[in-house]
Design a protein around this ligand. Structure first.
Ligand SMILES: Nc1ncnc2c1ncn2[C@@H]1O[C@H](COP(=O)(O)OP(=O)(O)OP(=O)(O)O)[C@@H](O)[C@H]1O
Ligand SMILES: Nc1ncnc2c1ncn2[C@@H]1O[C@H](COP(=O)(O)OP(=O)(O)OP(=O)(O)O)[C@@H](O)[C@H]1O
Ligand SMILES: [Mg+2]
Ligand SMILES: [Mg+2]
Lengths: 266, 266
């Protein structure tokens, strides 16, 4: 089983869009996938058509240890489960402040769910912060996927993101490594995108071979800016159902091929 | 003096870009402006050329009550001061958790600074969350500007944003009102942008006349997507210095006119 955390504390860089379309594409290719929504905005849940109100079990209940992942998951498509979120999760940061081992609650829940459910992939969508929810995901995962808009402000935050990953790797989770940076909303006609991509690949080439991100590379498949990707969430569908022939669907299909290709060595 | 908070918990919608270009434009028009960076990512500071390392005073010191706003501010252009941020601010959420009155620290600091410094505008850039830093800004401000990318996921979060604003208005700050929603990264050729703008204006028209956002309207000037706006931060300059003739500079100049026009009734 591969456990992937999709994270970047910079806002609006394509985390949710990547989590949903990656999960849906892997499921359509026959992999058993569980997507966990760790953002109180609950956009990954919304994007697959779930609005968890009232009594619906969410990831908040898993952190509160009143539900297991198996009890909180919903089947959204063949081979695709989602553990939804809702705004209650915003309180988790404060509520967990004094709980010992608060950073390892999700890891324990995932380990427990292995007894009952089998998945090929767990994909976790994170909020735009490096708080306790994101740290829980980093502590539970083996791989980090970093969606990145090729803009200066987004690139600037990467060193802090790598530092946090290295800290989690050293203190909480020796298996954690950065798999790749996924360039999202790539505007092919602009120099900025090409310059940023070049800066980033230089940075990754020159990084310390012992760093937790040493093996990180820019993923070959770039996700081009494509308005259909922004339309799809309002229909509660991944891009493959909403507009299967658009650039967005092509680019995410290429990303999924690349992810599946690395399974053998995964 | 007008105290404006630029906020939206949805990530990557144009908060920092709007805070910096609004502040810089107002200062260039002769207003005395203090921009306060409340985001631990410190992107507003970076965008005006400040990287606050080591001993440099930041907004964190103001929350820790070891520096006043006057001591932490830096003059970045004629009539334009910035109180910078840095990553230390990320710890504030936890450190303030049990401090009584933690939501009113910034309001007190702004009131104190009125004895020594005079401004026409205070503009506060917020992180992508509704945590204690954003609540401090809402408690201290009179006006809320909401940058919004005209996409479905960004629109979806607005009701929660309005609820939070209404709560702060009722419990912490009776003056607080939502001035306007600024459409950012507007892609004129797409139906999505027009549809979202239409949905939003219906929502605002039909809202409860007693709500804190009752007077809110979509600001007339839309900020079109323009790659120069994304290039400017890497030069540490607002758009008016970096590319004064581009669409981005035109659109923000129109926004500034609109903001100054409402001064008389402000
Ligand atoms: N390749 C793309 N082309 C066009 N629009 C995109 C693309 N990828 C994502 N979007 C849209 O851009 C916005 C930001 O993307 P998304 O919400 O996935 O980012 P995020 O990193 O999850 O944001 P947050 O930090 O708020 O969680 C959304 O409205 C989404 O629909
Ligand atoms: N009108 C625009 N056209 C093109 N790019 C833009 C525009 N406005 C902002 N950008 C770029 O889009 C990205 C997101 O904008 P910005 O960082 O201002 O949003 P934000 O809401 O402050 O993000 P965060 O939630 O991370 O604080 C940045 O790289 C910025 O340079
Ligand atoms: Mg998201
Ligand atoms: Mg910002």
């Amino acid at each position: 089983m591969r456990t992937i955390v999709v994270m970047n504390q910079k806002g609006g860089v394509g985390k949710t869009t990547t989590s949903v379309n990656l999960s849906a594409g892997l499921a359509a290719a026959g992999r058993r996938v569980c997507m966990i929504d760790l953002d109180p905005q609950a956009h990954a849940s919304l994007h697959v058509g779930i609005e968890a109100h009232g009594k619906t079990a969410t990831i908040y209940d898993v952190f509160a240890e009143s539900k297991t992942l198996g009890e909180a998951r919903q089947l959204v498509a063949s081979n695709l489960w989602c553990v939804p979120s809702n705004i209650d999760l915003a309180a988790a940061e404060m509520e967990l402040a004094d709980v010992p081992g608060r950073e390892l609650i999700l890891k324990a829940a995932i380990n427990e769910s292995r007894q009952n459910e089998t998945y090929d992939y767990i994909v976790m969508d994170c909020p735009p912060s490096l708080g306790v929810l994101t740290v829980n995901a980093l502590a539970a995962a083996e791989e980090v996927f970093i969606p990145l808009q090729p803009h200066f402000l987004a690139l600037h935050g990467l060193s802090k993101l790598f530092e946090t990953t290295a800290l989690v790797n050293r203190r909480l989770n020796r298996q954690l490594r950065v798999s790749g940076v996924v360039l999202c909303m790539y505007e092919t006609g602009t120099r900025l995108a090409a310059d940023i991509a070049e800066d980033l690949s230089q940075f990754l080439m020159n990084s310390d071979p012992h760093a937790a991100w040493a093996g990180a590379r820019i993923v070959r498949s770039k996700i081009r800016r494509n308005i259909k990707l922004a339309e799809a969430p309002s229909h509660g569908k991944p891009i493959f159902q909403y507009a299967p022939k658009c650039h967005g669907a092509e680019d995410y299909a290429a990303l999924i091929e690349e992810v599946m290709d690395s399974e053998a060595s995964g």
